[in-house]
Design a protein around this ligand. Structure first.
Ligand code: 8YV
Length: 320
């Protein structure tokens, strides 16, 4: 039997099981484990035909350049803003990712954050644990049901959020670069206009240069003192300094944030605010969804080495 392909794993994967499964099938080396990654690449780059990474870790163009025999990239996650797609395309390297399987859990998390920040779940948990219930009143929350939900980025995840909104009898509108095909919901060409209309602005848009700081101070002012921002997309989509100012000055009511500009660092200013709910980029982190993502990472590699094509290629990459 042929020797298994050599795979460069860029960083630690969120699933130990996936690391074990990869190691059972391929000859895997983790770049992050090397004392001097650049020196390692210079010495051993030519030995690798595959790369495995995550949407959060990504793969830089300089790493692609250091792998002259690279044939395939398989990434854990649906976002591809941290992958140097242009470098892969220029080399004709197919890039697999894991769309679809995480829509439900990310949409569930958007609602969990909406409900938490509106009904003060985490804040009241802290209140109870501090032993304050017998001594003090707890502030009232805001009703979620029947409110207006503004979705920024009407893709697969945005649609899954819409599906959940009907049980809450919410009115839904959305902003996108252009109207989404087949979507009959009210379309707002202007994000500021959507923010003005909405009680909740939910970000489900792709990251990257095209959406960087899309949500700025003007958008937050339009959202207003009764409006909430929910981000399950990318930290880069929000001007975090403007968000901190808006929250601190109560120009918006609150925020539910799963993603941040400089992960895993969360600004201490956000931690000090009771009207903010913070989660550590875990919207897809359920046993079921992470297993399905891991299966797709393995399947994309397996499919490539068997047929020359990954099963779920990133749009615009070879084979897509
Ligand atoms: C992943 C993500 O959990 O899919 C994405 O784009 O950001 C997350 O689902 C993350 O990449 C895992 O490291």
């Amino acid at each position: 039997t042929a020797t298994p392909p050599r795979i460069l794993q860029i960083g630690r994967l969120p699933l130990p099981a996936l690391e074990a499964e990869l190691a059972a099938r391929y000859r895997v080396t983790c770049l992050a484990d090397q004392a001097d990654p650049a020196a390692f690449l210079a010495l051993h780059g030519a030995e690798f035909t595959g790369v495995v990474t995550t949407a959060a870790i990504g793969v830089k163009g300089e790493v692609v350049a250091a792998l002259p025999h690279l044939q395939v990239i398989s990434s854990f996650g649906v976002g591809f803003d941290a992958l140097d797609i242009d470098a892969a395309k220029a080399r004709g390297v197919p890039v697999g990712y894991t769309p679809g399987v995480l829509n439900d859990c990310v949409a569930d998390m958007a609602f969990a954050l909406m409900l938490d920040v509106s009904r003060n779940i985490a804040a009241s948990d802290r209140f109870v644990r501090r032993g304050e219930w017998p001594k003090a009143r707890f502030a009232q929350g805001s009703r979620v049901s029947g409110k207006r939900l503004g979705i920024v980025g009407m893709g697969r995840i945005g649609q899954a959020v819409v599906d959940r909104a009907s049980g809450f009898r919410m009115e839904v509108g959305y902003h996108n670069r252009r109207p989404a095909e087949g979507c009959t919901l009210p379309y707002f060409e202007s994000l500021t206009a959507l923010a003005q209309w909405a009680d909740y602005l939910v970000l489900t848009v792709a990251g990257g240069a095209g959406t960087r700081h899309l949500v700025n101070g003007d958008v937050l002012n339009a959202l207003g003192p009764k409006g909430y921002l929910i981000n399950v997309a990318r930290g880069s989509v929000v001007d975090e300094a403007a968000l901190i100012a808006a929250l601190t000055e109560r120009r918006i009511a609150g925020a539910g944030l799963d993603v941040f500009e400089n992960e895993p660092t969360v600004p201490t200013a956000l931690m000090a605010l009771d009207n903010v709910v913070l989660t550590p980029h875990t919207a897809s982190a359920t046993h079921e969804t992470r297993r399905a993502m891991a299966d797709l990472v393995l399947e994309n590699l397996e499919s490539f080495f068997a047929t020359g094509a990954v099963r779920t290629p990133v749009p615009g990459t070879p084979g897509a």
